[in-house]
Structure formats: structure tokens, C-alpha cells
Design a protein around this ligand. Sequence first.
Ligand SMILES: [Zn+2]
Ligand SMILES: [Zn+2]
Length: 246
Amino acid sequence: MLSTFWQKTSGLFDALMQSIPHCCALCHAVCVEGLCPDCKNRYFAAALPRCRQCAHTLPESGESLICGSCLKQPPAFDQTIAVTDYTPPVDQLVLAFKFGGALALAPLFARMLQAAMQRHPADFTRPDVLVPVPLAPGRLASRGFNQAHEIARPLSRQLGIALMPRLIKRIRETVPQTEIALRARRSNIRGAFAISEGGLPAVKGRHIALVDDVLTSGETVGELARMLKAAGAASVSCLIVARTPL
Ligand SMILES: [Zn+2]
Ligand SMILES: [Zn+2]
């Protein structure tokens, strides 16, 4: 009952955010989505070939759908869909969303993710559940929102796929992954998550899609995927707005 009320309320909030004019986060032109059509065409039109597992870009001429790094050391997650690379000026857009309060970009990111899912190879199966990557409680308290949840909420409505933001909880604080060396990230994140009480039936035999704004080393989603598969998940995908290039 309460969750239905919340879904309706948050839907109205998202609809309101889309109906009022905003400044384009990149060029400051007035627009309705938080990004003007010109900037959208300029920076988001190209859909590059990507590794189906980790979403790193592949050479245009390449035959393989999997990159060399995933062939050598397969990550625990099965597939990744990314809208674009985390390069200028897209990084500024993500930073404006995360730290500049440009929350109007969330429904736009969700629509771009949906379009990227539709472009993906036919073997991408529809997820059963969407789970935003949980933010550490300390960071959630200081930021006031989880950017992954803000993207996952309209995405869940667009796709008609259940959103379970509390399926996974952080059980210990970690140093932000961006503040430590790439090779130390796996040990930093290991054992940081647990499936919430009563959450196992939503995991067993299901395809879980983890939603986040940026994918860098992949250690956080890798740890989540390991945990979900150990709990019986059939497959784990990552739905990401921006992929940090190699
Ligand atoms: Zn613009
Ligand atoms: Zn790969």
C-alpha cells in the first residue's frame, strides 16, 4: 500500500521534473530534459561496439563480442550495457547529476539506457529485477540521494520491471573506490554487501540487473554479482550510463 503510494508519488515527481524547463547541464540552453537536443545529438548519437560482458569499446572491425580482458579473466557479471563512455563532456554531465543537483537528468539517463538495451544483441534477456548499486550509508546521508536509485526508478517504470532498492544492503563502510588504487579496490569492497533478510526468493533463479551511473574498475558490481550468484541468481547484468574507458 505504502509502496504503491510512493511509486505513484515518485512518478508524479519525475513527470513534474520533465515538464518544467531546465538549463542544459552542458551548454546552459533552456530545455526540458536537463540536456538540450543539440548536446544530446552531439555527444550521445554514436553507439560504439562494446564488449557484451564489461562494455569496454571494441575495435570497429573486431569480430569478437567479448574483449580480451574478459576472455582472460571473466568478471562475475554476465553482461553490461552502457550508454556511453565516461569522457568529457559526459563526465561533467554525470558530475552535475551527482553533485550539482541536476536530478532532472535521471529520467533522461533511464530513457538512454532503455534505448541501449534495445540496441543490444538479441541474447540479452530481459531482467527480472532491477537493483540500484547501494551507496554507503555515510555517503547517502551526506548526498541525500543515491544516484543509482534515481536512475533505476524511472527505468523500472519504463520497462515494467520490479525495482528492489533494498534487496542488497551494505554491511560495512568502505573507502570510496575512486579514492584508492585500482588494484586495491577488490579487497576494499570484498564482503561489504549482504542480501537483506527475506530477499533470497527474489534472487534464486532470477536475472538481476544492477543499475549504476558509472562503471570504472568493475570491482563493486563484480562483488555484488559474486554474492548474488552464490545466493542462486541465474544471471547478473549491469546497466550503466557511462563506462570509464581503458
Ligand atoms: Zn546543450
Ligand atoms: Zn570485456
